[in-house]
Design a protein. Structure first.
Length: 139
């Protein structure tokens, strides 16, 4: 397996991966999310590939106070092989290199397997409520 930065030629495969892994949501336009990321720290959109096939992704961000992780995804048939853990190690290292003191991420409360995964990596419940407001409606 190889982890590398996203390139524009990965877009169709990445969108398909997000849909297959269940991280794409109806309210977000995946293509627009990719283009927005490419405008800000594009090197923090990482791809995992195996034998030339895109099998995983993670998107990181850092605004000077907290780091964020989004779109951690692995194709279902490649899950439970350590790919997500490797992607998280890579994005954590990239954020730490930027001086990021803490990473936040959001997990749907119903996604018990993801909650267990992140807990095993040392992520804890911060006992906060996630709030959001759409400034641009994609759909």
């Amino acid at each position: 397996m190889n982890i590398r930065p996203f390139t524009q030629s990965d877009q169709a495969s990445l969108i398909a991966l997000w849909h297959a892994a269940g991280v794409a949501t109806p309210q977000n336009d995946s293509g627009k999310d990719i283009q927005r990321k490419l405008a800000v720290d594009p090197e923090l959109l990482l791809i995992a590939e195996s034998d030339g096939q895109l099998v995983g992704s993670v998107m990181g961000g850092y605004e000077g106070h907290r780091g964020w992780v989004n779109y951690l995804a692995v194709l279902p048939k490649f899950q439970r092989r350590g790919i997500a853990s490797c992607l998280m190690k890579e994005i954590e290292a990239a954020l730490l290199q930027r001086g990021c003191p803490k990473i936040n991420l959001q997990v749907r409360s119903s996604n018990l397997s993801a909650l267990g995964f992140y807990t095993a990596l040392g992520y804890l419940d911060d006992n906060v409520v996630g709030l959001g407001k759409r400034l641009i409606v994609d759909r």
